[in-house]
Ligand binder design. Structure first.
Ligand SMILES: [Zn+2]
Length: 344
């Protein structure tokens, strides 16, 4: 009797430890599978981003006819600082290996075009918090890897919630990187060139970023892509808003996220009201505000052109009229790249 019990007990024990071992092994297997999927996901994301960047041919400003011997502008400098935190490594790799900063069409288009007192240095680094800023002392525009991380996560969330496709998160990240870097470049230009502005500097540089993205997007990009990029940038303003504001928010140098969102929608709609009528009919811009947006968009565009033209290097020097002709030509090229809204 006793022996049977011992045999039974040892069989049961064997089964339990076998099951335990098996479950340990399967957890290990699962971990391995998850790690492999993560690595694959990261590799896919990196490739998608690299393809996206490779497809972007920046618009290059034509040199003047007798450019030989005329002064070139001051060129930018670029640096990718390796992060200390392991989870930011993929973003460093993405930025560094693809030389991301040199591939952003708007930055590339204005690199070397302006007579700056010293070069602007674009730096990508770990900051211990999501941020991007201009440092006047160091003449640096800094983009934090942490910001790349939260942008990618937000893009992934939006893509999952709204079924926007596999490449949406990468596009969201790239569009917002462009807008944020141009916003900070705006602070740098206002400081270094002593550009006169009235009103809030934060509003002025949002407007500059918008203008640059409309005027200097890659030639291969369609008008549709340009407006999509700007609308992804406006989405980011809403993403950080809780809608609950305290006095500090009202006193802040930035407008409220919702206001920055509508201001950007207004400039996109105003740039071509018939094409972007959907922004109003979809409820993304109230009709009362929309009415004044074409005039607002024209004024902002013209103001920044006039503010920057005196600082353009002799090699690229041009009149306002010539600049506008050039921009119109680029707009026509981008329109040709836009798919027709019907199938033949
Ligand atoms: Zn700012």
């Amino acid at each position: 009797m006793k022996l049977r019990l011992i045999v039974l007990l040892s069989v049961a024990l064997g089964l339990v430890s076998g099951a335990f071992l098996y479950s340990l092994l399967s957890v290990k297997r699962q971990e391995k599978a998850v790690a492999a999927a993560r690595a694959q996901g990261r590799a896919d994301a990196e490739k998608a981003m690299a393809d996206e960047l490779a497809a972007l041919k920046p618009a290059v400003m034509k040199k003047v006819a007798n450019a030989e011997g005329k002064a070139d502008g001051v060129h930018f400098a670029y640096e990718y600082v390796a992060p200390k935190t392991a989870e930011l490594e993929p973003f460093y790799k993405l930025a560094h290996d693809g030389d991301l900063l040199r591939h952003l069409p708007e930055i590339k288009a204005i690199d070397g075009m302006l007579m700056l007192p010293r070069p602007i240095k674009f730096v990508m680094a770990e900051c211990r918090e999501p941020n991007a800023f201009y440092s006047p002392e160091r003449a640096e525009v800094v983009m934090c890897y942490e910001t790349m991380k939260v942008l990618l996560e937000r893009g992934q969330q939006l893509a999952a919630d709204q079924d926007l496709g596999d490449d949406y998160a990468q596009k969201y990240l790239a569009a917002n990187l462009r807008f944020i870097l141009l916003h900070e470049t705006g602070h740098a230009l206002i400081d270094m060139l002593e550009i006169p502005i009235t009103g809030r500097e934060e509003d002025a540089v949002d407007q500059l970023a918008t203008t640059l993205m409309q005027r200097f997007a890659g030639i291969n990009e369609s008008s549709r892509q340009v407006s999509d990029n700007l609308r992804m940038a406006s989405n980011w303003f809403l993403a950080r808003s809780t809608g609950q504001y305290n006095l500090d928010a009202y006193a802040d140098e930035h407008a409220l996220g919702e206001q920055r969102y509508f201001n950007l929608q207004c400039l996109v709609y105003g740039s071509n009201p018939s094409r972007y009528l959907g922004i109003v009919t979809d409820g993304d811009l109230p009709a009362a505000r929309a009415k004044a947006c074409p005039a607002e968009a024209r004024r902002v565009d013209k103001a920044w052109l006039r503010l920057l033209l005196p600082h353009v290097a002799p090699k690229y020097e041009m009149t306002e009229e010539k600049a506008n002709r050039l921009f119109e030509q680029r707009e026509r090229e981008r329109n040709r790249n836009t798919e027709l809204p019907y199938v033949r």
